[in-house]
Design a protein around this ligand. Structure first.
Ligand code: ATP
Ligand code: MG
Length: 178
């Protein structure tokens, strides 16, 4: 008997969306659940500590991006976002997992034109939520979650930035940002 899987969204402009989703992924594997993480916009050579730990703890993970949208050619971003979305749909619909995390997918949907023009529509994400296997927990992260996605989700947390060390000139730090 399948229990109802949830759709959970972490959005907002404060720090903690990806780490919240990965915290939940680690919690789930602790119960023997099968988890897959697809990371949009992040490249395989990004050096994130969580990649090492996902590999150690048996969380299937894919960095399906080209890197920062402002530092790579728009064409690379477009190509990798398309491929990441194909991979994400394949993983979600496979019914091989108890939880799938689509990290930064909200950002990929919200990419400005012309970079993000007509790649992933909010309606595509809504359709995926509607068609996903009933038991699957689907976790969506990233700023600017679309209203249609928010409406469809079971849980939405908006993390607001009250302050961030970056604004005091502190650069990204090992163990904190990556
Ligand atoms: P984390 O990966 O630490 O959970 P996040 O997923 O909420 O953060 P993103 O919006 O994906 O953050 O942004 C990626 C990086 O930008 C993070 O490493 C984070 O430290 C930094 N960041 C997040 N929010 C802010 C902010 N309000 N001001 C400056 N930098 C930020
Ligand atoms: Mg993030």
């Amino acid at each position: 008997m399948n229990e109802k899987g949830l759709t959970l969204v972490f959005t907002g402009n404060g720090k903690g969306k990806t780490t919240a989703a990965l915290g939940m992924a680690f919690r789930a594997v602790g119960h023997g659940m099968k988890v897959c993480v697809v990371q949009f916009l992040k490249s395989p050579d990004s050096g994130y500590g969580e990649i090492t730990m996902m590999n150690k703890t048996g969380i299937e993970n894919h960095q399906a991006g080209a890197g920062c949208t402002w530092s790579v050619p728009a064409e690379d971003t477009r190509r990798t976002v398309k491929e990441a979305w194909r991979l994400a749909r394949e993983k979600v619909m496979s019914d091989n997992y108890d939880m799938v995390v689509l990290d930064e997918v909200n950002n990929a949907v919200a990419l400005p034109e012309p970079v993000g023009d007509k790649i992933i529509f909010p309606e595509d994400v809504v359709e995926l939520i509607e068609k996903k296997p009933a038991r699957l927990h689907l976790v969506l992260t990233g700023r600017s979650a679309h209203a249609l996605v928010i409406d469809k989700a079971d849980m939405v947390s908006e993390i607001n930035c009250i302050k961030h060390h970056y604004n005091n000139g502190v650069p990204a730090k090992e163990g904190i940002e990556f």
